[in-house]
Design a protein around this ligand. Structure first.
Ligand code: PEP
Ligand code: MN
Length: 337
């Protein structure tokens, strides 16, 4: 239920409304917009007499949420969510570029790529230490050693770190080294992982499941938001379709659709979205033109020998050229880089 509180209501009176609803078993979330307080009362409100609540003096209006992802929706939170990671205020109009290898493979690899992406203009270094591989025989990642390497490589170049977590038991460890905790496509609906990630109180990059609708994806974000972590980015990384010329079908529709429905920043991953190096730059440019808040891109200095996702990894020089193009497009769509 969404409650609008009358303008000018005192703080104790707002708190009183919230406290009384909490007593009825609901969880309360608050936003302040246009000089007015909005309260989202979520949970089982069956025992609440809403006609009575409507008569409480501070309450101007009450309406059921028009969408099931109440906290992620713009109805509750009209303004864009903005939060800082390293040097970038994500969601503010300042584009965030996250780039790096699919997997951390070793010290030399991570430092070489970190230097290249930092020079090109990225502010976040990506790299997997726990890898969700389709085959159990493929490289599974370096684990904590990989996280340490990634952190050192990022620190050497003034970058923040994003890295994936696959298991609730790994969350504390990944959060110790990473500035952004990534939930991968395969785990978008792993609810115990989402709860644990929310508890870590680090920004979350929530990838879209490969067969997830936008609503299911927003409901996963709702799990994180309702667990008390508001710093969530949604990452479109392509979905499964009947098309087989590309690895996935990058759903650029999702950008304007989410921008209308939700206040959360939208990041696009054209590397997994296409699976092909020469398709990454066109789709990255299109994503920024369509209103994305940033990009997640795989870059490798020696992709032929990469331990994962070499065929979709850009060479550093290609990434550098792409950043120049993104800068030009950003200017046209009211963004900065
Ligand atoms: C990745 O970012 O390396 C990754 C495994 O992505 P996804 O979860 O989108 O497949
Ligand atoms: Mn990858």
């Amino acid at each position: 239920m969404l409650l609008r509180i009358r303008r000018g209501t005192s703080e104790p009176a707002v708190s009183d409304v919230a406290a009384r609803l909490r007593l009825a078993g609901l969880a309360l979330h608050r936003t302040d917009h246009d000089g007015r307080v909005r309260l989202a009362a979520v949970g089982d409100g069956a025992a609440v007499d809403w006609d009575e609540v409507r008569r409480w003096p501070p309450v101007e209006s009450i309406e059921p949420s028009p969408v099931p992802f109440e906290l992620a929706s713009r109805v509750f939170h009209p303004a864009d969510t903005v939060f800082s990671v390293g040097r970038c205020a994500i969601g503010s109009g300042q584009l965030v570029l996250m780039a790096g290898p699919c997997s951390v493979e070793g010290e030399e690899q991570a430092f070489t790529i970190a230097a290249a992406v930092a020079k090109a203009g990225a502010t976040v270094l990506r790299g997997g230490a726990y890898k969700p591989r389709t085959s159990p025989y493929s490289f599974q990642g370096l684990g904590e050693e990989g996280l340490k390497i990634l952190r050192r490589a990022a620190d050497a170049h003034g970058l923040a770190v994003v890295s994936e977590v696959m298991d609730p038991k790994q969350v504390q460890q990944v959060a110790r080294y990473a500035d952004i905790v990534q939930v991968g496509a395969r785990n978008m609906q792993n609810l115990s992982l989402l709860r644990e990630v929310a508890r870590a109180q680090k920004p979350v990059l929530l990838k879209r499941g490969m067969a997830a609708t936008i609503e299911e994806w927003l409901m996963s974000a709702e799990h994180v938001l309702s667990s008390g972590n508001g710093r969530v980015m949604l990452c479109e990384r392509g979905i499964r379709t009947f098309e087989s010329y590309t690895r996935n079908t990058l759903d650029l529709n999702a950008i304007p659709v989410i921008k209308e429905l939700s206040h959360l920043p939208v990041i696009v991953d054209p590397s997994h979205g296409t699976g092909m190096r020469d398709k990454v730059a066109p789709m990255a440019r299109a994503a920024i033109a369509a209103g994305a808040d940033g990009l997640l891109i795989e870059v490798h200095h020696d992709p032929d020998h990469a331990l994962s996702d070499g065929p979709q990894s850009l060479y550093p020089a290609q990434f550098e050229e792409l950043v120049q193009q993104i800068r030009a497009i950003a200017g046209v769509v009211g963004r900065t880089l």
